[in-house]
Write a protein that binds this ligand. Sequence first.
Ligand code: ADP
Ligand code: ADP
Length: 225
Amino acid sequence: MNVEKLENVTKVYEGSVKTVALKEINLAIEEGEFLAILGPSGSGKSTLLSILGVLDRPSKGKVYIYEKDITLLSDSEISKIRNEYIGFVFQNFNLIPRLSILQNVELPLVARGVPKKKREEIALASLKLVGLDGLASKKPSELSGGQQQRVAIARALAQNPKIILADEPTGNLDSFNAKIVMDIFKRVNEELKTTIVVVTHDKEVASYARRRIYIKDGKIVGEES
Ligand code: ADP
Ligand code: ADP
């Protein structure tokens, strides 16, 4: 079963200069995959991730999530699908400084209306998966960069997503912490069967994935497993 499928997806940014960021991309992502997307700066990686994350619509082509064509849905229906299926991890962690680690991980559950006691239970279990349940009451600024990224992964896991999309998740980490973070993605993929898609410049990081696709000038130019 495909978690996601892109069919002839083209993305054009209109403006004073028109940029064709993606050209007729065809990509099927199977349930349980661990996929890396590699390519030089400006090749369309972030655009591809925002289409996969249904944060943006293609200019042309179709996007299927579990075989449902989402390009036909309204914005609010698309938001619902995003919240239900997709977890995001960013290069800059995106944690809220004034909230505790536990509260940061609870945040997506607050949006879903999960009661407080249940939220805390899920958030603590998610923090345990990344080995940080002992730091639940700390603030983000009291943690190292590597620890903050693990909190961001726990926050994504708390919503029990089908797919986690990570944009340069190790971009701000040294190689030691990058390895810890990638080992966590690997474990989440193997044990929870969560589909993982990582955008990276880094060959070492990409080596954790079971399939790698290369993109250049908005096109898929290579693939290896
Ligand atoms: P990458 O993530 O590989 O660096 P991007 O997807 O960010 O590539 O960008 C692909 C191309 O689209 C680039 O030429 C970039 O300048 C352009 N682009 C990206 N986002 C926008 C935008 N919001 N408006 C206009 N052009 C954009
Ligand atoms: P990265 O290198 O991490 O992919 P980028 O520098 O490509 O990041 O893009 C950072 C942000 O700026 C993204 O949200 C992207 O959509 C936007 N962006 C990139 N290029 C352009 C552009 N030419 N015009 C407007 N926005 C852009």
